[in-house]
Design a protein around this ligand. Structure first.
Ligand code: ADP
Length: 295
């Protein structure tokens, strides 16, 4: 089974003709509210593909928390690890201008209250997880506690987003560490040059057992001690790339748990990422296994 440990947010989206300046008010379009957050996105993506998936996360005792729980349950996610209370549900306030550019304010809310003790209390979820997948929209001390609670033989997949320097204890547990170009630069803490193979080598030197670099429409690169390999992108007409990275990570984590090699799992994940960019939205764009095989 797959266990995702991470964030759940309500995305509140308004279209505007232009952004307000300080002290100014502008009128926007009708509000749309979508379930989001990288943890919830990953859990929904995996469950939609048919993976047995649980999410360990925290939401507020409010309508946004109920929206998130409903969307996850509709996708088939085990929400027994979705804790309630401590702060309002995390929210992303998103304004979209006519050119499609987003301005986003995130209020982490309950995501910031997912604590190491919540991890220690979730022993049953960890005992059943062959693969645990994480991102960084929760406290770093909680991420570190997850590493200490992995079951024997369980594999950790981490997409360090939003990127922050990671302790060695976390880095060396990643198998793989999944990064895009920006995340690769922040994790490595230096300008990496322009060769992704080189980025992968520099990241491997920091301790992870394997590395995946995602390259958008260029596909991905997988690397471990044995060498590196390109993963071709699937050619599609991109409509909206929101949440594609989360779908990629979730699909890769699930396929690793079924026993596929890193290159095989990444090839499958590239199809899932490609399918996710062909539709608007994050969770709403995620494909079923049938839709992936049709690609
Ligand atoms: P992130 O959102 O984390 O930056 P990417 O944009 O690299 O991640 O997307 C993750 C994966 O989704 C890519 O490695 C690729 O396989 C797939 N993908 C993303 N954008 C496209 C695209 N325009 N065409 C085909 N595949 C894509």
């Amino acid at each position: 089974d797959l266990l995702v440990v991470g964030s759940a947010n309500a995305d509140l989206v308004v279209g505007v003709d232009r952004r307000p300046a300080a002290g100014e008010t502008v009128l926007g379009s009708d509000l749309t509210t979508h379930p989001g957050g990288k943890g919830a996105n990953q859990a929904v993506a995996a469950a939609k593909l048919g993976a047995r998936t649980a999410l360990l996360a925290r939401v507020g005792d409010d309508g946004h928390g109920r929206l998130l729980r409903d969307s996850m349950e509709a996708a088939g996610v085990d929400t027994s690890g979705v804790l309630v209370g401590g702060a309002p549900t995390g929210v992303a306030l998103i304004t979209v201008d006519p050119s499609g550019d987003n301005s986003i304010v995130v209020s982490p809310g309950a995501n910031g209250r997912l604590m190491p003790e919540d991890v220690r209390a979730a022993g049953e979820l960890f005992a059943g997880a062959r693969v645990v997948s994480m991102m960084l929209e929760i406290p770093l001390e909680t991420v570190a506690e997850v590493v200490r609670n992995l079951a024997d033989g369980a594999r950790l997949v981490l997409n360090p987003s939003p990127p922050a320097p990671l302790p060695d204890e976390v880095l060396s547990a990643c198998d793989p560490l999944i990064v895009n170009e920006h995340e690769a630069k922040v994790i490595a803490g230096t300008d990496l040059g322009d060769d992704p193979e080189d980025w992968a080598r520099q990241l491997l030197a920091l301790g992870p057992r394997s590395v995946v670099v995602t390259l958008g429409s260029e596909g991905a690169l997988v690397a471990d001690a044995a060498g590196s390999q390109r993963v071709a992108a699937v050619k599609v007409k991109a409509v909206d790339t929101t949440g594609a990275g989360d779908a990629f990570t979730a699909a890769l984590a699930w396929r690793l748990g079924t026993g596929e090699s890193l290159a095989e799992a990444a090839a499958y994940a590239a199809k899932v990422g490609a399918a996710a960019v062909t539709k608007e939205g994050a969770q709403a764009s995620y494909p079923t296994a049938e839709e992936v095989s049709a690609l």
